[in-house]
Design a protein around this ligand. Structure first.
Ligand SMILES: Nc1ncnc2c1ncn2[C@@H]1O[C@H](COP(=O)(O)OP(=O)(O)OP(=O)(O)O)[C@@H](O)[C@H]1O
Ligand SMILES: [Mg+2]
Length: 181
């Protein structure tokens, strides 16, 4: 299986959830020459040492055979940025939150496939945690914004079978509208 950018985004938002954020914003802006993504959370943040390691996932302290984890999230992000001449950065403050930002050239030949944002959004909106997630997606001049809080107010338990179906249709409908000419 080839990991897509949406798999990577899912993993990065899961980091925010794992950091016990109560407010997460995922903003995706696309045009012909740029793919710009910002994931901001008010989770536990990182101290200087953790942030240093997170920024440099292939950092090694020189100890042989040291366990080195290759995850899907940050390592994949930095590797993709390097391979495609894009940019990626993490800003974080302990106790305040974390912001991950990246900018890729959507036409770069080495860029992984974008993947399915509807599936990623449904996964993230139905992930079991207390907190709000706001998704904003902009393509050219068009955009939509949805919030987990508003969706739960409208649909009740997002994990029940009927809500799941409506949620998927709603997000897919918004995605389709973005691409209408
Ligand atoms: N949004 C965030 N808030 C706080 N800490 C974070 C955040 N994102 C990453 N980190 C820190 O950086 C570390 C590395 O993140 P990364 O996603 O690469 O691996 P992981 O989450 O530990 O493992 P995996 O993603 O494979 O489950 C995390 O363990 C965490 O300490
Ligand atoms: Mg992770």
């Amino acid at each position: 299986m080839h990991a897509t950018l949406c798999d990577m985004i899912t993993d990065l938002v899961q980091n925010s959830i794992e950091a016990r954020a109560t407010e997460i914003t995922l903003e995706i802006k696309e045009n012909d020459s740029n793919l710009n993504v910002v994931i901001a959370d008010n989770g536990k943040g990182m101290d200087a040492e953790t942030l240093q390691k997170a920024r440099d996932p292939f950092f090694t302290d020189g100890i042989k055979h040291r366990h080195r984890k290759v995850g899907l999230g940050l390592p994949f992000l930095f590797q993709t940025a390097e391979m495609t001449e894009g940019t990626a950065s993490i800003e974080s403050e302990e106790g305040v939150g974390t912001t991950v930002t990246f900018q890729f050239d959507p036409n770069h030949l080495d860029l992984p496939e974008f993947g399915n944002l509807t599936t990623a959004a449904v996964t993230l909106m139905t992930y079991g945690y207390e907190g709000n997630l706001i998704l904003k997606h902009q393509i050219g001049e068009k955009e939509y914004s949805i919030s987990r809080e508003e969706l739960s107010d409208a649909l009740g338990d997002l994990n029940d079978t009927e809500s799941l179906l409506l949620l998927r249709q709603f997000i897919q409908g918004n995605e389709d509208e973005l691409r209408e000419v």
